[in-house]
Ligand binder design. Sequence first.
Ligand SMILES: Cc1ncc(COP(=O)(O)O)c(C=O)c1O
Length: 360
Amino acid sequence: MKFNIKITKAQNSQLGQVDFDDIPFGRVFSDHMFVADYKDGEWQSPRIVPFGRFEMHPAAMVLHYGQAIFEGMKASKSHDGTPFFLRPEMHAKRLNNSARRMCMPEVPEALFLEALHTLVDLDSDWIPPQEGSALYIRPYMFATDEFIGVKPSATYRFIIFTGPVGPYYPKPVSLIADRQFARAAVQGGTGEAKVAGNYAASLLPAKLANEKGYDQVMWLDSREFKYIQEVGTMNIFFVIDGTVVTPKLDGGILPGITRDTILKLLPEHGYKVEERPIAIDELVDAYKAGKLQEVFGSGTAAVVAHVSKVAYDGFEMELPPVEERKVGPFIKAQIDGMRSGKIEDKHGWIVPVQGQAVNA
Ligand SMILES: Cc1ncc(COP(=O)(O)O)c(C=O)c1O
């Protein structure tokens, strides 16, 4: 324990009130949270406290100028009950990429990881044991200077809280691409950072897509509205004539950790994989030629979400039923299998939660 995280335990656990077989997504929170404050050029008073509200000043800079970044990750239990994370250091690195872009201080990777292990160990009873369930983990940072005027804040708060989530069995999603809105600028913007504003900007287009009867927007590039980017909170994969294709990272796309895992695993199992620009017209042509075999999204929440149809310019591309697909179900089973400990992790991605809080 390098960072001397002070632990104040909750007097009463809320765990008894939670039914692990019926967890409303995003509304149940575990007993504790990690908090650290950045002041005078360093992270101070790292602590774990009972989960609860805190006060904010009306002039807190995050509320006005939007310096806010976050991560989303999970801890699960393997079939023998061992709690673990999947590639936690990747989330620390991505948080710091986001911090740099937003002119915010980085969180030392060792502090991020120690906070994560200590917090999740303390609340490890909150990790649902059911296969497919998990403890969702939300690390985030925001500006706290009490000041009106556009400049980087000098003070920040970094928090990690967690909450159990049930298995995510989404029905296949329908997507629509159009040329009215972009998610983020392709070059020089904030698309490759996980910043709160990107999500705020996506809400209106997503609402309009819903009104047209589609689940999510499939974003096109902001420059030409030609190249496919990603979807909602997922990266996107296509299987075209036997080859798995995903858009190449171009500065506008969030580098998903699930995307990276899939790109590493598929070639090891003999799949041909390409990262390259994919024009929406290429997709339409592939569909018309009968070569578009699968479309699926990838992300921490669902691992893989199958896509049922993609609409563009008044044209609907209906994809084959999930039972007839190969790549999406295969890669989901691989990642779920590693998570449950039933498939060997050859990459050192599975990191057991270390019990640093045991003697606290
Ligand atoms: C915009 C966006 N794209 C892609 C992803 C998928 O990333 P990951 O696989 O790291 O969850 C996410 C989720 O974090 C996201 O918010």
